[in-house]
Design a binder for this molecule. Structure first.
Ligand code: RIB
Length: 306
């Protein structure tokens, strides 16, 4: 089983030829409202592929769009039995602007995700008893990320941290992380230097290994993912596709990677699988609803990585 302790957002996704400049009002092509949030997207990607899942998260009782979000999680076959409603707040929300090249800019509002506390994790920690992997991301309080990962690590569960959006990590936290998966922008924020090629990605891996992290994956968009287990390190090439909407691409990679790792594949093969999942996600509009099935992903993997 894969357990995710992470965020749920109502995503308001606007596709447009370009983004407005300050002071400008422009028409957009259209708006899509769907389930989102890095945690929800990651676990939805894994569940769409067939993983057994448990999702710990919270939604807000004031929100009018919770039915859309919960229906989308059920569409992905995510186990949402432990998701709670916080009465007097709105759900988290994401305001996603996607331009004609598929690139996106996102503003996020914490909402009910701010109520995902260490006590909530402890109340539900029995779900970890059957878990092989525990995933967190940084759209929930850092104290909860640390508590969940330390609890899982002490139970011998593989811990995967997607440190997005960027937030500093206390040095005492790193040794509890088995796999960290920043993108090149987040990794640069941690390391203090630009990451734009394999050399700098390798140096970033060394930074995280020196902090005590066992395995490092730097996701680098269309270039692929630079992967290191401390002994072997290499770029796992992506599948070259025309991106329609890259929002959620990192989450789809994490969910696909987690599924393959949960199935017993090694770090590098699982990263290859994550790339295949992400290559399909970016060709579809939206976040959670862009996650592919196992059959679709295996079809892509029959083609050699270009
Ligand atoms: O990574 C994509 C996600 O980031 C979106 O679903 C949005 O909600 C933000 O959390």
């Amino acid at each position: 089983m894969i357990v995710e302790i992470g965020s749920i957002n109502v995503d308001y996704i606007i596709h447009n030829r370009r983004l407005p400049v300050p002071g400008e009002t422009i028409y957009g092509k259209g708006v899509t409202i769907m389930g989102g949030g890095k945690g929800a997207n990651q676990i939805a990607a894994a569940a769409r592929l067939g993983a057994e899942t448990v999702f710990l998260s919270k939604i807000g009782g004031l929100d009018h769009y919770n039915d859309i979000v919960m229906d989308d999680l059920k569409w992905a076959n995510v186990n949402t039995e432990l998701v709670e409603t916080v009465p007097d707040v709105y759900s988290g929300s994401g305001y996603v602007l996607v331009n004609e090249t598929g690139q996106n800019s996102i503003i996020i509002i914490m909402g009910a995700n701010g109520e995902i506390t260490p006590d909530y994790v402890d109340k539900n920690k029995a779900c970890l008893d059957k878990a092989k992997i525990c995933m967190v991301e940084f759209m929930i309080p850092m104290e909860t990320c640390e508590h969940a990962i330390k609890t899982a690590k002490k139970q011998g569960i593989v811990t995967l941290v997607n440190p997005a959006p960027y937030s500093p990590i206390d040095d005492s936290f790193y040794p509890y992380i088995d796999i960290i998966t920043p993108n090149e922008i987040e990794a640069a924020d941690f390391c203090g230097f630009a990451i734009d090629d394999e050399q700098s990605a390798s140096e970033a891996c060394s930074f995280f290994h020196n902090k005590g992290v066992k395995n490092v994956i730097i996701t680098m968009g269309s270039r692929g993912a630079f992967v290191s287990d401390g002994k072997k390190r290499m770029m796992v090439e992506s599948y070259k596709v025309d991106a329609l909407d890259t929002s959620g691409a990192g989450d789809s990679f994490n969910g696909g990677f987690a599924y393959a790792y949960w199935k017993g594949h090694d770090l590098f093969t699982a990263a290859h699988f994550g790339n295949a999942v992400a290559s399909l996600s970016v060709q579809r509009l939206g976040t959670m609803k862009s996650m592919p099935t196992l059959a679709e992903t295996e079809q892509v993997m029959k083609l050699p990585a270009l």
